[in-house]
Design a protein around this ligand. Structure first.
Ligand code: SF4
Length: 466
């Protein structure tokens, strides 16, 4: 395993030819280490035979501790695993926890289509990106190969990655026959069916879950057997107890597996599957309580170390916290989430509309934007590029100053004197200290707005027009 650009550099051609888009091989080596670049982006390394050995060795050394497994195909293919650390602050976590929601092959066709459509259409806009549901898990409740194949055919039409859920190899095979090219995940091989399910994974070249309920030795043995048979894309299911002491055992199992994998036990260094939908099988009669427990379990295993999970409740109060938490935990702490700097329109502003600014930290920008737009305020909103740092920290740290704001106006091609009738800028209350400087630098009237963008509507009512 290599961790520094200098070590990766040793395996590169060292000609600084620039074909990878980087000025030097050392710059490219840095990208390999932080995983923003791949060896395939260095054409000489890939094409020239004399580098073949170095390429193979470099790929081996750069491989993450936890194997990355891909489910599905195309744009919506879901990558899971691929982590190198136990704690996010040590690097970052890669490949956000993937959420698959279940359908059953015993559902009426209309209900099945409606639920699959709901899963595929789920979309929540959050700080500049859409949070989506990642795939569909098809449960073979009927245990009938023909029925299961018919359900798979219907679900495959939406193009999301799929998990085939059955311990019956004949059922799994029927599903694979109608979705040969979709790269579904097979759930699951256990102590009874491992031979047949393993053969299916090899024959159809698809990823597969090995499952042993609360028995890590058996789980490891299954994974080892599959790896020795040539199956590379393995996912581990140590079982998910829904409540009580059992849930604690499950949590401990997840910790043990991931710790062993990161510490170099390659026999168990695979992504882990959690099954929060077991909350529905724990005898909780009230559906709201079952949804609640399912969401609690999803949260626990998003934080520790569920790479993929199967869920049931599609209620917004269950899905929204689940997808938000995964997005938060897997945000790269090395890179602030930012929007492009520039002038944005909220509504259709004209020369009499107020002009605000904020920084390009995505959370700040979208909070301000939604507080303004949700209250029907039509305005100009300048996002000043502070490398993705929020207003208060940027004003204190020097990334936000009057020269930066002037520069942002110039880059946006917006002149307060000619593009507005009021020559006025409203600044965030948290950057009040810049008021005097900004008036001098911009030659404009500068008003200090509220500390909190939620108070902009009340502020505008009292203070605008100036
Ligand atoms: Fe170096 Fe390869 Fe990039 Fe050329 S393409 S500069 S050899 S890393």
């Amino acid at each position: 395993k290599i961790n520094s650009p200098l070590e990766a550099y040793k395996y590169l051609p060292q000609t600084n030819c620039g074909e990878c888009g980087e000025p030097t091989c050392m710059a490219f080596a840095s990208k390999l280490i932080d995983r923003s670049g791949k060896t395939e982006n260095c054409p000489p390394l890939v094409k020239e035979k004399k580098y073949a050995k170095k390429l193979a060795e470099l790929d081996r050394l750069l491989a993450p501790e936890i194997r990355q497994v891909t489910i599905g195909v195309g744009e919506r293919a879901a990558n899971i695993g691929g982590d190198d650390v136990l704690y996010r602050h040590k690097l970052t976590f890669f490949n956000k926890t993937k959420m698959f929601f279940d359908v059953s092959d015993s559902m009426e066709e209309a209900a099945l289509i409606e639920r699959v459509k709901k899963i595929a259409d789920f979309k929540k806009f959050y700080v500049g990106r859409n949070l989506l549901i990642d795939g569909v898990a098809i449960r073979a409740a009927s245990n009938d190969p023909a029925k299961f194949a018919a359900a798979v055919k219907k679900v495959a039409e939406v193009g999301l990655p799929m998990i085939f859920c059955s311990f019956n190899p004949a059922v799994l095979k029927a599903g694979l026959e109608v979705a040969k090219d979709k790269n579904p995940l097979l759930y699951a091989a256990n102590k009874d069916n491992w031979k047949e399910v393993g053969e299916l994974a090899l024959e159809y070249k698809v990823p597969v879950v090995v499952s042993a309920f609360n028995d890590l030795d058996a789980l490891k043995t299954l994974a080892k057997t599959f790896a020795e048979a040539g199956i590379k894309d393995i996912v581990l299911d140590p079982g998910t107890y829904p409540t009580g002491k059992g849930l604690k055992d499950t949590f401990t199992n997840f910790l043990k597996i991931r710790r062993a994998g990161i510490m170099g036990d390659t026999e168990i260094a695979y992504p882990i599957m959690a099954l929060p939908l077991t909350a529905w099988m724990a005898g909780i009669a009230d559906p709201v309580s079952a949804s609640y427990w399912e969401t609690v379990m999803a949260s626990v295993f998003t934080i520790r170390y569920g790479d993929i999970m199967i869920l049931h409740s599609m209620e917004p109060y269950a899905v929204l916290p689940e997808v938000h938490l995964a997005e938060t935990i897997y945000t790269d702490p090395r890179t602030p989430v930012s929007v492009d700097g520039g002038m944005y329109k909220v509504g259709a502003p004209d020369k009499d509309s107020p002009v605000f600014f904020t920084t390009n930290f995505a959370l700040t920008y979208y909070t301000v934007e939604s507080d303004i737009s949700a209250n029907g305020i039509v305005c100009w909103l300048l996002a000043v590029d502070t490398d993705g740092i929020g207003v208060e920290a940027a004003a204190a740290g020097g990334q936000l100053n009057s020269a930066k704001v002037k520069d942002a106006f110039e880059k946006a091609g917006f002149d307060l004197k000619t593009d507005t009738n009021h020559n006025t800028l409203i600044i965030p209350g948290l950057s009040a200290r810049l008021q005097g400087d900004l008036e001098d630098t911009l030659g404009a009237k500068v008003m200090v707005g509220p500390m909190d963008s939620g108070r902009i509507p009340g502020w505008i009512e009292k203070n605008w027009p100036p």
